[in-house]
Design a protein around this ligand. Structure first.
Ligand code: SF4
Ligand code: SF4
Length: 203
């Protein structure tokens, strides 16, 4: 009985081997190192080899894939960065492993707090990629990144991300999460219109 199962297994392996060569001949060089080839080998209809030659080939990640958070900034008219973060601290409070630290800016003349971060740190070795920070941020200022290639040799120097490393443009966010970005922008426009309408009615 066991011998029969072994022969069946070997038959499946041999079929995969044959299918690989047949598919290679049918599709030519397009089957490897091309987006179409990767899509074909990772589809449910894949025949023959379906493994990926990482790191030369990479599987595309879905929009909702989440790894390390990043901070979103918009651009001022002069091209300078305008981080969306107001240093409200909500993300740091909801973060389950408490791996976010924020230092709020202060006005150098009055010493009063300014709603901007002077520093923002995330310990990416402690981050559990839950996405709570992004879910709870009321300003769409922190989002989950797709970049998963972050290995390094120095934990302290490389894995405690500072604000400079965390800040990425809104255009990057739009590129990796187009559906979410579009929905949020539509919502912002609708909210601004409703606010303007209310103001008109009140005047
Ligand atoms: S990222 Fe969002 S939730 Fe976190 S401090 Fe900044 S504005 Fe507040
Ligand atoms: S993804 Fe989760 S663990 Fe990581 S910083 Fe955000 S809230 Fe904290």
């Amino acid at each position: 009985m066991n011998g029969l199962e072994l022969i069946k297994g070997l038959g499946i392996t041999f079929k995969h081997l044959l299918d690989t060569y047949i598919q290679d001949i049918k599709s030519g060089k397009k089957r490897y190192y091309t987006p179409e080839g990767i899509a074909e080998r990772s589809s449910v209809d894949a025949k023959g080899i379906f493994t990926i030659q990482y790191p030369e080939e990479k599987l595309p990640v879905p929009e909702e894939f989440r790894y390390i958070p990043f901070l979103v900034y918009d651009n001022n008219e002069d091209g300078s960065k305008r981080p969306r973060c107001t240093s409200c601290g909500i993300c740091a409070k909801v973060c389950p492993p408490q791996c976010i630290w924020i230092i709020r800016k202060t006005d150098p003349n009055t010493g009063r707090p300014v709603p901007q971060p002077a520093e923002f740190f995330i310990d990416v070795d402690i981050c559990m990629n839950c996405g709570f920070c992004a879910e709870y941020c009321p300003f769409d200022a922190i989002k989950m990144d797709h970049d998963y290639e972050i290995s390094s040799y120095d934990r302290i120097a490389d894995n405690i991300y500072s604000i400079n490393k965390l800040l990425k443009p809104a255009s990057y966010y739009a590129k990796i999460r187009p559906v979410n970005y579009e929905l949020e922008e539509k919502l912002k426009i609708a909210e601004a219109e409703a606010k303007a309408q209310k103001k008109l009615q009140g005047s």
